[in-house]
Design a binder for this molecule. Structure first.
Ligand SMILES: [Ca+2]
Length: 334
């Protein structure tokens, strides 16, 4: 039999039990007092009214369709685009989004695509080349890329990356978003034997992305970014696109939890300052060197050398003409 010295211990054990029952990892939970599921920002079975009822909190777009078990963003067919977008803007400061998804298809490894993305953006219901969303989005994108369009380099695919859009940077599909990716990780999310989950946690301007893809009920760290400023009032969404290659991209649930965080007066004052556009405080840590098409060092040296020689030759010719001209003039006077 368990004995409790005080009510606090009892509360503690109750909290542990709740966490275990709700399938949440206890790691890193200590910094939060409580978390509440927000139904108006969540999408789960049964998907009542989704796509046709005005009472639903979500809208469907493109080829997305609802079945009793999932929201299929795209079927395993070429050139499809689909999305699901929240209707209510999110005004929470500290939140956690748990996405249960499934990417599967008949294509062999690297003959499938293109992947899917989870969004928190200023605009909603836009289509485009960024996994079925506009390339120049404003907000946060968690991109699950299952096909390497360019040389994968040291990255193995599927690859999950984070991009912050401010309206001027575009997602570059042909380069797998490499120039704009803030951070990322590889994760075996396709044709998995296990349920696959993504956790996005945003609190105290820190963004953390974790994955649970190998059936161990453990969150593995994927991305950790400090000083990431996101304006509030953005929309949650998930989208996907197929091209020549395809896959089924399914969302089983998207659950948003409000995190209650104890904050210092300084932190509360900081929250009052409005953030107009998404940004990262210390961008230096995310600088990506993009090789611009232009002159190489050798080309530049040769061009400069010939320019200097050219100017020298012109100066000599000029001096010669000037010399002859002054000579002729002198002869005329004598
Ligand atoms: Ca890709």
């Amino acid at each position: 039999m368990f004995c409790f010295k005080n009510a606090r211990e009892l509360t503690c054990l109750f909290a542990v039990a709740v966490c275990v029952l709700t399938g949440h990892s206890l790691a890193n939970e200590s910094e939060f007092q409580e978390e509440f599921l927000k139904r108006e920002y969540s999408l789960s079975k049964p998907y009542r009214g989704l796509g046709f009822s005005s009472s639903s909190f979500w809208d469907l777009m493109g080829n997305a369709m609802v079945t009793p078990d999932h929201v299929r963003l795209t079927p395993d067919l070429q050139s499809r685009q689909g999305a699901v977008w929240s209707r209510i803007p999110l005004f929470l400061q500290d939140w956690e989004l748990k996405v249960h998804f499934k990417i599967h298809g008949v294509g062999k490894k690297n003959l499938n695509g293109d992947g899917m993305a989870v969004w928190l953006t200023r605009d909603r219901m836009q289509d485009g080349p960024a996994f079925g969303n506009m390339a120049q989005f404003v907000g946060l994108g968690i991109l699950v890329d299952t096909y390497p369009n360019s040389e994968p380099g040291d990255k193995s695919f599927p690859y999950i990356s984070v991009m912050l859009g401010n309206g001027t940077v575009s997602y570059d599909h042909d380069r797998d978003g490499r120039p704009s990716a803030l951070a990322g990780c590889s994760a075996l999310v396709r044709n998995s034997l296990y349920d696959t989950f993504l956790l996005v946690r945003y609190s105290r301007y820190k963004l953390r992305v974790m994955v649970d893809v190998d059936g161990k009920q453990e969150w593995k760290p994927c991305v950790d970014i400090r000083g990431l400023r996101l304006p509030t009032g953005y929309f949650l969404g998930a989208s996907s696109a197929t091209g020549d290659l395809s896959d089924n991209h399914d969302i089983i649930s998207m659950k948003l939890y409000q995190l209650t965080v104890e904050k210092t007066p300084e932190e509360e004052a900081e929250e009052q300052e409005s953030v107009l556009l998404p940004r990262v405080d210390d961008m230096e840590q995310f600088i990506v060197i993009v090789e611009e098409e232009g002159m190489s060092g050798v080309q530049l040296f040769v061009t400069l050398l010939f320019s200097v020689l050219g100017v020298g030759v012109l100066a000599v010719i000029g001096l010669m003409f000037y010399g002859r001209w002054t000579e002729k003039r002198r002869k005329r006077f004598y």
